[in-house]
Design a protein around this ligand. Structure first.
Ligand code: FE2
Ligand code: FE2
Length: 470
């Protein structure tokens, strides 16, 4: 099922869509279209948490299509010129609704969406404000723009789930439930948001379909994974990594302002082993703080639907050499409101800046660490529980994760998360930057957990403070 619609959104809605698209608050995350060998990247700006997209636009689409879709997520795609996507499926039984947003689009630019059903192909030309609705299990790819001096190809993608999934008895018998490996978000797929799909290969019937099975044959099933924790992984451009490293080499190391008395790290095996204060006063510091504040705020809003801002409070370097390690620990709370109250939530993170060859050559995900094979030397270990191997057999999920350090990768997580760094034994420096953020809730977010009396007391206090400052 592939349906197209010309001039889909009203001018009023288009203006609002472009306001979000051009906003300095838009945060684009680079993604790969599919698989590993395909090196093409495209940018993604998640807007699932914004009411205009998750409510107003969804309502508009459902009204226009006479459908009753529920939203799974919505985001902008930004595709580089000359970087074609590759064939993939979006979902097993959902629907994708794509709207093309290049205002001055001309057909000679190319950039079609190509669909493949059996051996037939179908194409949609991305005219401005044209939209296409298709079943998520149809193979498709987005081609890039190919003319000189053309903009990036922009589209807005809605991932919909039908309100009801109806299967016949025969289909239920054939149904195999599998864990999807589809990378649906910028977050690592095996840690959060484990997504369960029906492997039914059957027509999913919703109000948009027309040949639903009779009522007596219907069964419904819903799967509800519960989230434990959200990580963010951000890839820094190598130029920024280089700039930070030069700044550390030229300023931070010569200044030699140790932060070790506040930290549990055991960095002492080499004369260059150290943990040093990294302040935000320099241009590089300012640049980095801006990025860190923005990505961590996006993490809170998109990962936790938290109406809050993250402010980087503290940052330090870790210079690890053979034998150095960082024992199992968590981080203290950071951040104080102007009223003097501590923030109730905090974030922590690390950015890997140098990885020695002896760690670099290790497998990303070692199959085993028996036989003293050293396959997690220099890895970071994260743990959010103490589930054992027996728990896994009893249908509980794993509560830990090993990360092989990679230059330019920043990980963000709540500050209560326990973590440690294993020692490595070889030449070179394992360098990282660690940081803590305060989580500053909006007034709306703070009031979510207050009863009437507490809200009144809060408002009175606010008024008092305001009156004083006048
Ligand atoms: Fe897609
Ligand atoms: Fe730490």
């Amino acid at each position: 099922m592939i349906k197209t619609y010309n001039d889909f959104f009203t001018d009023e809605l288009l203006i609002k869509i472009h306001q979000h698209l051009d906003s300095p608050m838009s945060i684009w995350i680079n993604q790969r279209s599919n698989g590993t060998e395909n090196e093409n990247t495209f940018g993604m700006y998640e807007v699932s948490h914004i009411e205009f997209f998750n409510t107003e636009l969804v309502k508009y689409i459902n009204t226009k299509l006479d459908s009753s879709f529920l939203l799974e997520r919505v985001y902008f795609n930004r595709q580089d010129t000359n970087q074609d996507g590759s064939f993939h499926q979006d979902t097993e039984f959902g629907y994708t609704f794509l709207s093309y947003l290049n205002v001055d689009y001309q057909e000679c630019w190319g950039g079609k969406t190509i669909f493949k059903i059996d051996d037939e192909t179908d194409e949609v030309i991305p005219y401005y404000n044209k939209s296409v609705l298709f079943k998520g299990n149809i193979f498709h790819k987005g081609m890039s723009f190919k003319a000189e001096d053309v903009p990036k190809r922009i589209s807005l993608a809605f991932k919909f789930i039908p309100k009801e999934v109806r299967l016949t008895k025969e289909e239920v018998k054939k149904m195999v439930v599998k864990i999807s490996e589809e990378n649906t978000t910028e977050v690592d797929p095996d840690t959060v948001n484990v997504k369960l799909d029906y492997d039914s290969g059957t027509e999913v019937v919703t109000k948009t379909g027309d040949d639903s099975p009779s009522d007596t044959e219907k069964m419904t099933m819903e799967l509800m994974p519960i989230k434990e924790l959200v990580f963010a992984k951000i890839n820094f451009h190598p130029d920024i990594v280089e700039e930070i490293n030069s700044y550390i080499d030229d300023e931070i190391i010569p200044n030699n302002k140790s932060n070790a008395n506040k930290l549990v790290g055991q960095y002492s095996q080499d004369e260059r082993s150290a943990q040093l204060v990294f302040d935000f006063e320099s241009d590089v510091g300012q640049l980095l703080k801006g990025i860190l504040d923005n990505v961590a705020t996006a993490y809170l809003q998109q990962g936790y639907e938290r109406d809050a801002r993250a402010i980087t409070e503290q940052c330090w370097t870790n210079h690890g050499y053979a034998g150095d390690y960082n024992p199992y620990h968590d981080h203290p709370y950071m951040g104080v409101y102007p009223s003097g109250h501590m923030c109730t939530a905090g974030l922590s993170g690390f950015l890997w800046l140098k990885v020695p060859e002896c760690i670099r050559v290790l497998d990303d995900k070692p199959d085993t660490i028996t036989g003293s094979n050293g396959k997690i030397n220099g890895f970071t270990h994260l743990a959010w529980g103490h589930n054992t191997i027996h728990d896994l057999k009893k249908l509980k999920f794993t509560t830990e994760k090993y990360l092989k350090p990679k230059e330019g990768e920043l990980w963000i997580f709540p500050n209560w998360l326990k973590h440690q760094v294993y020692p490595f034994f070889g030449e070179g420096e394992r360098r990282s930057l660690a940081m803590n953020w305060g989580v500053y809730d909006s007034e709306k977010e703070l009031k979510k957990y207050m009863n009437e009396d507490q809200i009144k007391a809060f408002d009175d206090r606010q008024n008092e403070i305001e009156n004083k400052s006048e």
